[in-house]
Design a protein around this ligand. Structure first.
Ligand SMILES: [Ca+2]
Ligand SMILES: [Ca+2]
Length: 469
């Protein structure tokens, strides 16, 4: 008995000292969120002219997840999903509101940043990480702010037809980079990376561009020749094979319709502004990555770079987000740092919900039982590691997309369906849902449809607004 006790004591001492050693070696995390960035980046090949040298260089030394999808294709709901690790079908936020802190289902779910803070990390955060504004749940989970400014806007409108939403404006403004909030944020992050920390850090950096309004300084517009910009292939008949109700969810919100954009002669100019904004934000990412590379933290910092959803610029005759098509659900997702071998990209279907459990595992934090995603550590070790679970995206209550390695199934609330074969139809032109020869593929994907979904949660004020009060 005595010797058993001594053995247990030995184990405890060894275990504890071993654990503290591992604790001391915990990697830092640099968490870079980009707003509304689609696959128009060099490392995803979504637009042949997109120039993103800094992110491309990161992709070369990262695991580049080429088949990554958001859980909800709209800002706040997607971010609430990433930062809680919980899907909209559980938390019930499918739009710009309600907010994380208003959702009863997330009441006891710690934000990713809070979870790291509770487990010995210093948390720093700047820019847009969770909501469009800077307050709310996340603010209390952050030890230090890296800045919360917004970029200046010109007086009046610059390029938009006056009938469009004020958010949908664009142009070469302001004159200098230094006036841009994203640049200031990048420099604040770079400055913080020069410091020594007594604990590992979790630094969140949330860039606003290429979210509308697409104002960036003239030098970024000058990166592209306006009259040579390629526009997406967009056959007129594409929408003929879609269920009639698809417009119901796809044309909600403030973005102009394709007919409005083309009718106003603005497609090329908007596309130019988006590409200019993408190259601008790439420059901001470069400032932060250069600072990290030249810092004492270079070898001990995990980098996660992601966007909250994709963005249509005319593909499938649609603008902006909220659809369940590839251009709206697919996002950049790069993970790099200690223990992540560089090399081949990963084509397995993954979800932004997977970021939280992946970071928990990579940093050796205790398991968080709220999380609904899967750790990507197997795919970080081996990009060919199979993953059976497809990426599931939900847009508004009852509409879901199931994206596997090669297929996408969309099922709307009323049962209408779309099915696409990505092996030979990456633009999702041919809806195969009614093809009897594809029944087996459809049924295999349909097994993954959520069996239940939380109704859209409405806060008290939203319910009052809906009643017209
Ligand atoms: Ca967004
Ligand atoms: Ca079609």
């Amino acid at each position: 008995m005595k010797s058993l006790n001594a053995f247990i004591l030995c184990l405890l001492i060894f275990g504890s000292s071993h654990w503290s050693k591992a604790e001391g070696a915990k990697p830092n995390v640099l968490f870079i969120a980009i707003d509304d960035l689609n696959d128009w980046v060099g490392f995803m090949g979504g637009h042949p002219q997109a120039r993103t040298p800094h992110m491309d260089a990161l992709a070369k030394r990262a695991r580049n997840f080429l088949n990554a999808h958001c859980a909800v294709p709209v800002c706040s709901a997607s971010r609430a999903s990433v930062i809680s690790g919980v899907a909209a079908t559980t938390h019930g936020s499918y739009e710009l509101g309600p907010r994380y802190e208003q959702l009863p289902a997330l009441k006891d779910v710690p934000t990713l940043q809070r979870y790291f803070k509770n487990n010995g990390y210093t948390t720093l955060s700047g820019g847009k990480v969770l909501h469009h504004d800077f307050n709310g749940r996340l603010a209390g989970d952050i030890d230090r702010s890296l800045g919360r400014k917004r970029s200046p806007r010109p007086k009046g409108s610059m390029s938009r037809p006056t009938s469009w939403s004020g958010a949908w404006d664009w142009g070469a403004y302001p004159k200098e980079d230094a006036e841009m909030a994203d640049i200031q944020l990048a420099h604040n992050a770079a400055k913080a990376l020069k410091e020594q920390f007594d604990k590992p850090f979790f630094m969140s950096v949330g860039f606003f561009r290429p979210h509308v309004p697409l104002f960036v300084p003239p030098k970024w517009f000058a990166q592209y020749e306006a009259d040579k910009i390629a526009l997406p292939n967009n056959p007129k008949s594409d929408l003929d094979d879609l269920p009639k109700n698809f417009l119901g969810i796809n044309n909600y919100a403030v973005a102009p319709t394709h007919v409005e954009v083309v009718g106003a002669g603005k497609q090329r100019s908007l596309t130019h502004a988006y590409l200019a904004s993408v190259t601008f934000v790439d420059h901001c990412v470069g400032i932060v990555l250069d600072a990290l590379r030249n810092s004492r933290h270079a070898d001990n910092t995990l980098i996660v770079l992601w966007s909250d959803h994709g963005f249509h610029l005319g593909e499938k005759q649609h603008w902006a987000k909220r659809t369940l098509w590839e251009e709206s659900t697919r996002v950049p997702l790069l993970i790099a740092g200690p223990g992540v071998p560089s090399g081949k990209p990963c084509g397995e279907p993954v979800s932004l919900l997977d970021i939280y459990p992946t970071l928990v595992e990579l940093c050796g934090l205790p398991k968080n039982n709220h999380l609904e995603g899967l750790s990507l550590v197997p795919q970080l070790k081996n990009p060919a590691a199979r993953r059976d679970r497809p990426a599931i995206t939900s847009s508004y209550f009852g509409n879901h997309s199931i994206r596997s390695r090669d297929w996408r199934l969309i099922v709307y609330e009323d049962g209408a369906q779309e099915l696409y074969n990505h092996r030979n139809d990456p633009d999702e032109f041919r809806n195969l849902a009614s093809d009897p020869a594809r029944k087996k593929n459809r049924d295999e994907l349909a097994r993954w449809l959520p069996q239940s979904a939380a109704p859209e949660f409405k806060s008290k004020s939203e319910r009052a607004r809906a009643r017209g009060n």
